[in-house]
Design a protein around this ligand. Structure first.
Ligand SMILES: [Zn+2]
Length: 277
């Protein structure tokens, strides 16, 4: 077993070591890298109780959101009135799901393993009653796992009104189909960029933009993330799905060109509270 320092998943050298180590076994690299990253993220996340305690809605004012970062593009975003999970893959343990409390919807932008798990979607939805809104090609496989009244196909351009919130899926660019999401609840608009390359977003608005800066996505980059934020002009922009240096590059682009945007990187297992109004 390799001994891992904290925050390894955003470090390219670790990825290289794992790839080299696993390379004699075809197809094993991604699995191994993923296990290593999950191990590291679980170690960092602390107890389920701590996780849930940090992410309740109760301490939020109107115009505030909290963001709990799970890893990759996985986040739980809360407003005063709602709670949403985006691309949680299998990054929340069964115990932690029970501690999450209220969850209005879970959004899945595409089917890659670091973003989506069918079994986990079923668990999240059955334990919390959340809607599951998923990119269309994932829907057939989810039909056996999610009750039809809670399963929402996310088609680009088709805005849907659900219980006190709306979702607008947007076609992104990735290997295979991907949708990005704009979710509006209680006057707050949240953008989730999955791990997509840039697509024009000038016709949308967001108060909070969650954007991927790169690794291990083949399509995301610091500049793509910066362009998304330039289009959306949010109050706050959180960087995920990228290496520490890619985050830094994105943050300096924002600082130089969009100084009014409060941009910051997310830290796995941590919850941050930000004002977005
Ligand atoms: Zn990814």
């Amino acid at each position: 077993m390799i001994r891992l320092p904290p925050r390894v998943c955003n470090l390219i050298p670790l990825e290289l070591i794992v790839r080299k180590w696993a390379s004699p076994i075809p197809g094993s690299e991604e699995k191994l890298l993923r296990s290593v990253c999950l191990f590291a993220s679980v170690a960092r996340m602390g107890s389920a109780r701590e996780l849930a305690g940090k992410s309740s809605n109760q301490s939020l004012d109107e115009g505030e959101v909290s963001i709990l970062y799970l890893g990759y593009s996985g986040v739980v975003v809360r407003t005063k009135s709602h709670a949403f999970a985006f691309d949680p893959a299998d990054l929340v343990s069964g115990d932690a799901i029970a501690q999450l409390g209220k969850l209005d919807a879970v959004f899945y932008g595409h089917g890659h393993g670091d973003h989506f798990s069918k079994e986990h979607a079923a668990l999240l939805s059955s334990k919390t009653g959340a809607y599951v809104a998923a990119e269309e090609s994932l829907v057939p496989s989810l039909k056996s796992a999610i009750p039809s009244e809670r399963l929402v196909p996310a088609k680009p351009g088709e805005r849907k009104e659900l219980k006190g919130f709306s979702v607008t899926p947007i076609a992104g660019i990735h290997r295979g189909p991907i949708v990005l999401f704009i979710v509006e609840a209680g006057g707050i608009s949240i953008f989730h960029g999955g791990d997509s390359a840039y697509v024009p977003l000038g016709s949308f608005r967001a108060d909070l933009a969650l954007v991927p800066t790169g690794s291990p996505s083949p399509t995301a980059s610091p500049r793509d993330a910066f362009r998304m934020v330039s289009d959306l002009k949010p109050k706050a922009a959180a960087a995920f799905h990228g290496s520490a240096s890619q985050h830094r590059e994105f943050l300096s682009l924002v600082k130089e060109n969009l100084s009014q945007v409060n941009a910051f990187p997310l830290e796995e297992g941590r919850t941050v509270k930000v004002s977005v109004k």
